[in-house]
Design a protein around this ligand. Structure first.
Ligand code: 1HE
Length: 257
């Protein structure tokens, strides 16, 4: 059953929640209300929701920051607004619940930033990507300097921001903006299929994959190895680890709480 907020709709089927950006007449441009709703919804999800999918209504994922709303922001307001994006997207990335982005049409500016905060990105062949901030006289503010740079490399981000050029779905797939590239109209179905797989994992394993892994990857090697051992020790002594290993040895499918 779909529930409508002002700028998003959400629907839950078992352990999977689908959040849809719902401003198709404005190409899902992200105004303050929408980013706040994404944050409130994602942070308020009950534990039984194991995976979240984020997608866009209409022919585009998102045209990024709502430029009409941004026009008159003073520097201090712009700073707070950008920090709001950071809080919300940090909540998505590190909330402990895998997030899958199903992308189609425009994935532009802040749209790329939202997608980059997701853990798995599925694009359909209509997807195209842009970082047009240079053309608009602004700068990225939703975390792209960090997240997108880490995803595709700062050199590529520099080139994309300087030229504002459009990358098609194929190029996006080649450079790592998407993990999966599917036929037009099939991104959400593929995301649901992946969500079924991911939601069947042990919750603590998923939590460590989302929280320990990226932080360990940023650490100096020696600290990283120790942190990895601690994450491994904690995970492998859980009840779910006993169930998962037992199931494998008995040639059964594991089932977790
Ligand atoms: C918007 C926005 C928007 C569309 N803010 N209203 N993002 C951009 O620079 C992308 C700007 N948008 C576009 O390049 C195009 O709209 C699209 C390629 C995404 C889609 O084109 P199209 O031809 O299907 O739609 P359209 O006719 O351009 O737009 C339809 C309506 O949506 C129109 O409003 P209307 O009242 O005239 O019908 C547009 O004004 C409106 N619209 N995009 C506000 N972005 C956290 S910081 C992140 C920094 C950024 O994201 S910078 C990138 C901003």
């Amino acid at each position: 059953m779909a529930r409508r907020f002002r700028f998003i709709t959400v629907e839950r089927r078992g352990p999977v929640a689908v959040l849809r950006l719902e401003r198709p007449d404005k190409r899902n441009a992200v105004n303050t209300g929408m980013i706040e709703e994404i944050g409130a919804f994602a942070l308020g999800l009950p534990d039984k929701v194991r995976v979240m999918i984020i997608t866009g209504s209409g022919p585009h994922f998102s045209a990024g920051l709502d430029l009409a709303e941004h026009r008159d922001r003073a520097a201090s307001e712009g700073l707070k607004h950008s920090r709001l994006w950071h809080r919300v997207l940090d909540g998505l990335q590190y909330g402990g619940r895998p997030v899958i982005a199903a992308l189609h049409g425009a994935v532009v500016g802040g749209g790329v930033e939202i997608a980059a905060a997701a853990h798995i990105r599925v694009a359909d062949a209509t997807a195209f990507y842009q970082l047009p901030e240079g053309r608009r006289g602004i700068f990225v503010g939703g975390g792209a300097s960090v997240r997108v740079s880490r995803l595709i490399g700062v050199s590529r981000v520099t080139e994309l921001m300087l030229t504002g050029r459009t990358l098609d779905a194929e190029e996006g797939q080649r450079i790592g903006l998407s993990h999966y590239l599917v036929e037009p109209g099939k991104a959400l179905a593929k995301a649901r299929e992946l969500a079924a797989t991911v939601s069947a994992n042990a919750a603590l394993s998923n939590y460590m994959i989302l929280n320990a892994l990226p932080r360990i990857a940023e650490m100096p090697a020696e600290g990283g190895f120790l942190a990895e051992s601690m994450a491994a020790a904690l995970t492998q002594t859980s009840l779910d680890a006993r169930r998962g290993i037992e199931a494998f040895l008995k040639k059964r499918k594991a089932s977790f709480d």
